[in-house]
Design a protein around this ligand. Sequence first.
Ligand code: 4NP
Length: 144
Amino acid sequence: MVCLGNICRSPLAEGILKNKTQNLDVFVDSAGTSSYHVGNLPDSRSIEIANKNGIDLTYQRARQFSEKDFDDFDKIYAMDTNNYSNIISLGRNQSDRDKVDVILNELTPKSYDSVPDPYYGAGDGFQIVYNMLDNACDAIVGKL
Ligand code: 4NP
């Protein structure tokens, strides 16, 4: 799960998908395309909305996406089209690029809709993001 800062959207996506795949042999992680917040806890607003839904994010620390992630993961979900383009540009070959998709394409294939960045917005942005990611993760789990 990859966003820009790895403190708002992708930590939530990681927590939600981990919660839904507890009984499956699946490893879920998240990262940011930027290094802005490396080592930081998720944003307190993400921690709070996750908590309300019984999901703990406080074990997470932000890290930057790297080329090695193409080796370590079968599927790489970008939260929006900017991050999608940045990840694609880091791909070393077609096999790397084939692993990357925009997460909302799981709900509406090939739509390339973005999960809005809630960082600078009002508080309900995190609820909207949570609901989008919860639905998208249901679709992912349905295919596993
Ligand atoms: P995220 O949100 O990509 O969902 O973690 C953001 C967090 C921080 C910044 C931008 C987006 N920032 O510019 O610092």
